[in-house]
Design a protein around this ligand. Structure first.
Ligand SMILES: Cc1ncc(COP(=O)(O)O)c(C=O)c1O
Length: 368
């Protein structure tokens, strides 16, 4: 096979021709409808329908989606929120931003929060549970919801990487009190900058979120609470509205490449493909496997033009920013062991079959 480039980022392919998006943006500009315009409401409606919740509220990032959802759940200073040790810093950042303390728990062999660990982490200060549907894998919500119910705790789902992922036919974000999504350019459903969405079935929570994202304004002249400036821009919503129409194709293409990779790597003793449960639908935001000689494999792939990555080499509890939380090496052995072996292979919707075959060939040739 001759050398090929397999980029991690698909943005040049996706937006190489920006023209198809311009009509929607021009429409916003012509109307001067920049702030909470009609496009935001239309995207919220389509988003809620996709997830299967009664409401969706557009905000300015996935981080704010989580932060505002925590605020709406009543989380504040002195509280603890339980989350996974292997997530992106924004999960813990949103908890800290709400004034609370992130309490990490270890993860399963599917890289999602281990419900057995959650039960042990609950104490009198626990105010919420924030599972992360990591990499597009729905967390084990049945067990997490039953722990939450037992302790009367709200669940706020970090669904930032998991639009469309499901468990038992129910989509990520729709299990708990609220679910937060990111529309960052490198997410399955993306916009041209930052954007986020919160879904909920509770009209009360949705109303509260609409206040919180817009300075606490009930109407132009009435401020009912102190809030934030965290609106989803109408211009970004116009981009999102166009792309949500291709979301099923995006998901299905990622699933097709992931199945191809799963099948072609399964027999390699040096690779562990995570188990795929029949009751879960995976949306493969990140395609992660565990590999022997991971660092050498990564170099081999990058040298061959395959932009593989690691998400992430250092679990959160060992990051300098988390030092003040008092964790140490060995606290989360599963996440720590995975961090040494995981590798992320490109799986995005703009790859060709030849590119996926090339990735497979390069992984297999490394272990020959
Ligand atoms: C798991 C997770 N949580 C939260 C976020 C934050 O989203 P955003 O970058 O839109 O603020 C991201 C994405 O960056 C993420 O991957």
């Amino acid at each position: 096979m001759s050398a090929m480039k397999v980029p991690y980022s698909y943005l040049p392919d996706q937006f190489g021709d920006p023209e198809p998006f311009m009509a929607g943006i021009a429409e916003v500009v012509r109307r001067g409808d920049f702030t909470l315009g009609a496009e935001v409401a239309r995207l919220e409606e389509k988003f809620a329908a996709h997830i299967g919740t009664a409401h969706a509220v557009g905000v300015n990032s996935g981080t704010d989606a989580l932060f505002l959802a925590l605020k709406a759940a009543g989380v504040g200073p002195g509280d603890e929120v339980i989350t996974a040790a292997n997530t992106f810093i924004a999960t813990a950042g949103a908890i800290v931003q709400a004034g609370a303390r992130p309490v990490f728990v270890d993860v399963t062999d599917e890289y999602v929060m281990d419900p057995d660990r959650v039960e042990k982490a609950v104490n009198a200060r626990t105010k919420a549970i924030m599972p992360v549907h990591w990499a597009g894998v729905c967390a084990d919500m049945d067990a997490i919801l039953s722990i939450a119910k037992h302790h009367a705790l709200p669940v706020v789902e970090d669904s930032c990487q998991a639009i469309g992922a499901s468990l038992g036919g129910r989509r990520a974000g729709s299990f708990g009190l609220a679910g937060g999504f990111s529309l960052h350019p490198l997410k399955n459903l993306n916009v041209w900058g930052d954007g986020g969405m919160i879904v909920t079935d509770s009209a009360m929570v949705a109303d509260r979120l609409r206040l919180l994202r817009n300075h606490g304004l009930a109407d132009r002249d009435t401020v009912v609470t102190f809030g934030y400036n965290s609106r989803l821009d109408s211009v970004q919503a116009a981009v999102g509205l166009q792309l949500i129409e291709s979301l099923d194709w995006i998901t299905e293409t990622r699933q097709k490449w992931a199945s191809m990779l799963d099948a072609a790597l399964a027999d390699l003793p040096q690779i562990r493909v995570p188990r795929r449960r029949p009751d879960k639908e995976y949306v493969h935001h990140l395609y992660i496997v565990e590999a022997q000689n991971r660092d050498e494999l990564l170099k081999h792939l990058v040298d061959a033009g395959v932009e593989a990555k690691i998400h992430y080499p250092v679990p959160l509890h060992l990051q300098p920013a988390c030092e003040r939380l008092g964790y140490k090496k060995g606290d989360f052995p599963v996440a720590e062991a995975q961090a040494k072996k995981i590798i992320t292979l490109p799986v995005h919707q703009h790859l060709s079959q030849e590119q996926v075959e090339y990735v497979i060939e390069k992984v297999r040739s490394f272990y020959k």
